[in-house]
Design a protein around this ligand. Sequence first.
Ligand code: PMT
Length: 401
Amino acid sequence: MLARLTHKRIVLGVSGGIAAYKSAELIRRLRDAGAEVQVVMTAAAQQFITPLTLQALSGNPVHTDLLDPSAEAAMGHIELARWADLILIAPASADCIARLAQGIANDLLTTLCLATKAQLAIAPAMNQQMWAAPALQANLTVLRERRVAVFGPAAGAQACGDVGEGRMLEAVELASRCADCFETGVLTGQHVVITAGPTREALDPVRYLSNHSSGKMGFSIARACVEAGARVTLIAGPVNLPTPERLVRVDVVSALDMLAAALAASQSADIFIATAAVADYRPEAVAAQKIKKSSEMLTLALVRNPDIVATIAAHENKPFVVGFAAETEKVLEHAREKLLRKHLDMVACNDVARSDIGFQSDDNALTVIWKEGSQVLEKASKSVIARQLVAMIAQRIKADN
Ligand code: PMT
């Protein structure tokens, strides 16, 4: 299931061996499956394939030197060690395996392997006699005891003319072994589109109508969806929050902007989650100049904004649609009415009359309603609530199919 590689960060270590040419194909396979790839090459590897080739394929500069001041300033070995979800050395030469087993850190690749907490995997490639050598097998036993995954090798004709065990596995097989290293998230392979934050409806060049939404709930849900393995598009109104990692963020201002972004992103969406507090009305006309104080009373003419979540839910091939309902009274009654009127699959109601949850707060509490049932999510941090909600969404989708 290659989809498990979506958003995964893989450091591909390339050591010296004729099988280094297969690394080029492996990078392509990993990236096609949605993984990000950074390449580290030993000096010997560069005799077999150029860093430029692997740079072009990975889309990232290739790392070659431990003591390279310019590399250390950008992504040094400790950052790289922390960045990785998986380090795969392919091909792993007999020398490289020996140095790993001994804990020798005399180049960037072996140093990285000592400095990381990520899963380590090796794809050995060598002559069949070397593969069978007791010293090599003893080193492999040491590595296996340390939970290093060993992919292959395969048997067959070798570059040196011998026939036997020691050929590096093919790129397609290695990509699949990498995918096996990752747990299946409950939303693996799903595209989730999330709206978050408020919208701003301009009155004139300096004023607007808006609300108190901070975007925290929507951003927490976006993070929880990424954690669950989803590909996430986060459509954010004007908020003051950093972009979570590993997702696409689209910034918008008004409800009309948000609708356009939602329509574009949801064409390929499996799930649409509307946490945004969208302004229901906008000024009929936006004054070209700042509105001046004149009379005691100022009357604003407002027109209805389109309902974004209802528009998405009305599509023929609609995604699984989750709305939010911010209510100050008759919370469940109003939320159920929204579920039916907007044709939602699920609605999460927020009692925004409470001051300890909802708008701006770091905490929330929700009652989640769907046609046949409901579930209360007791007060907790928005990140905990977000994970619980994501688990419920995955469960409902499974139950519906
Ligand atoms: O952003 P935070 O500070 O973390 O606060 C979180 C929150 C309180 C904003 C959030 O949890 C929440 O309740 N969001 C929904 C707010 C809201 O506008 O509710 P509503 O009842 O007015 O709208 C119902 C649903 O229709 C919502 O999913 C909303 O996104 C959607 N909607 C509403 C109007 C509109 N024109 N288009 C829409 O898509």
